[in-house]
Design a protein around this ligand. Sequence first.
Ligand code: MN
Length: 748
Amino acid sequence: MNEIDIAKEKAEIVKRYRSLLSACRPNTSKEDRKRIRQAFDFAAEAHKNHRRKSGEPYIFHPIAVAKIAVEEIGLGTTSVVCSLLHDVVEDTDYTLEDISEYFDPEVSRIIDGLTKISDIFDQTTSVQAENFRKMLLTLSDDVRVILIKLADRLHNMRTLDSLPPKKQLKVANETLYLFAPLAHRLGFHAIKSELEDLAMKYTEPEIYNSIVQKLADTKEERNRFIQSFTQPIRKALLKEDMDFTILARTKSISSIWGKMRKKEVPFEEVYDIFAIRLILNTPEKREKADCWKVYSIVTDIYKPNPDRLRDWISNPKANGYESLHTTVMSRQGKWVEVQIRTQRMDDVAEKGYAAHWKYKESKTGESGIDKWLRRIREILKSAESDALDFIDDFKLNLFSDEIIVFTPKGELRTLPIGSTALDFAYSIHTQVGDNCLGVKVNHKLVPLSQPLKSGDQVEIITSRKQHPKPDWLNYVTTARAKGKIKSALKEARKKQADEGREILERKLKHFKIDFNQDNIQKLVDHFKLPAPIDLFYEVAIGKIGQKELKAYATELEGGGILSYFKNPFSRSKDSSPQQQTVQDPIRQQLKDKPDTLLIGDNMEKLTYSLSPCCNPIPGDDVFGFVTIHDGIKIHRNNCPNAVQLMSKYAYRVVKAKWITNKSIAFLSGLRVKGIDEVGLLKNLTNTISSEYNVNIRNIHFDTHDGTFEGVVMLYINDTQHLNNLIKKLKKIKGIQKVSRIGKMEASS
Ligand code: MN
């Protein structure tokens, strides 16, 4: 590096620092600015030989994080100081002691928290979600740790380009899984949308780019429309002397994509790509009245859809969102969403509670922020049901497949969602489960079948005399508990059967029937039981007693015809042929030709199979997931399970890439919707079979009141091949929609 560069760089650092200072200025005293300066000097010194992956001086990063903390999250001086220092202990030779020598205890406590969280995130990702949960649940220190971490993540996402692709995917998925929902819950709408869009750019680059392109292509047309739509509103509001701004807000890329997927429509059919936002400047006490006044003006001009009125002014959302939404019919016959809110509401919506508290305590600087921080901390910590909703919702979003509960000693246990008190007992130890007499949840006695919620504290009461009952199978949901109960029941049954065997032997002697295998089998058949053990058992519990045996003996004497009657249903239960799954032939085909798929950087040959949850085909962006029993499974990058897999088990994810091989056919599914017309099905199948190399595996159609909906499963070479076909199908008269399905829904 030559000297000119360094001089330039220094100037750039100073420039960025100044811009941070001016962002802080409205809320800082001279003393505050001194503290910020001190932190900046310290960080600049600590990171001076340090560069980011992009080659930039490292200090650019802490400055940017601090700026986000102030401008976008709304934090105060202490947080700016901590943001500047957030990577010092983590990444340089300076220690926490060094920090506490120069800065007050509050700062070193937050830095300590930030360093600890970083440790969590640097571990193999499998434990990460778990730790993130612990971090939230046991969060007792300072909520600023989390908010600064959020700022840190936002800046890292904004600069994700300079990381290697594998790392990009990991960081992007982690962001989708943990940080975007967190931002959402805390009410940082702008940050949440940005995080989701940035993540999508890396997880689904093609879709992302195509939506960006389409938005750009349609921009002019959209602007013209918006202009003509807002014109009459503008005029009417001016006439009423209202102070307002009209904005057109385009949906984020990821939410457009979300809509396309959910409704199975192409970009062109997402009707609410943008919304019109009317922002009023009005004193707080007139807010509600004025918003409704504007609503009345707008709906005088355009007819509203009564089903789409949302009043979040009277009932704000849990994360603080306030706004009045309506959807009206434009003169061009298109629905348009109109959001009506005040400047204050808009700030809260974009910046979360921080903005909210700024309004509440506008002149007292940090104290408003302190209050807000206390509120978040309370929300996170509180055990009240209402406030706990926050955590519940948050965890529901995040970890929808798991709950976390505590032992009486405060240890954490993770269970699948829906787990009951008895599941918990079995998760501790088989013996604890088997002897489970009662359960206390949060110090109250509950039924064994009680479903547990995250955060419950569970205490098991055991008794040596207690043993599993057949009912218990209905009380549990985990495979582990079910398995344990079944084997205990089987064990108990076996014991009883042994007793029953002796009883039966005695009784048969009485009827002068030999106790041998042949006769036992005849009895088994007579009573229509599956096996001798069941016979012994029924004898033991008295279900087959003297009376039944006597009837049998009499019958035997009277000719014994019945005893040779074999009930065809009484024998082995699993004689029905195992249904071959649709995937099998393909899997087999692939196994024979492992070279068609490259897995891993070193091109090792590994066994793999295509995951049935998303049916990937060549051309799809895919990754491999190392399963425990089933080799490597290939999933589409946009598989609904992918985010979770990547985030929770990143270490088990391997890179996968297709090498096109036209000779292999892959199973894929299409959902077709349209109007039921004569000859439609024939046209459809003709079109499919005229396409080179496409074979229909099965086809299933339902018609209903003149419409039809069908699922076609077919063998296809790759995405291009499939897209060609979709295009052709769409041209068929009567067909309105053709979409690819991820799940295999058609039965064989
Ligand atoms: Mn950082």
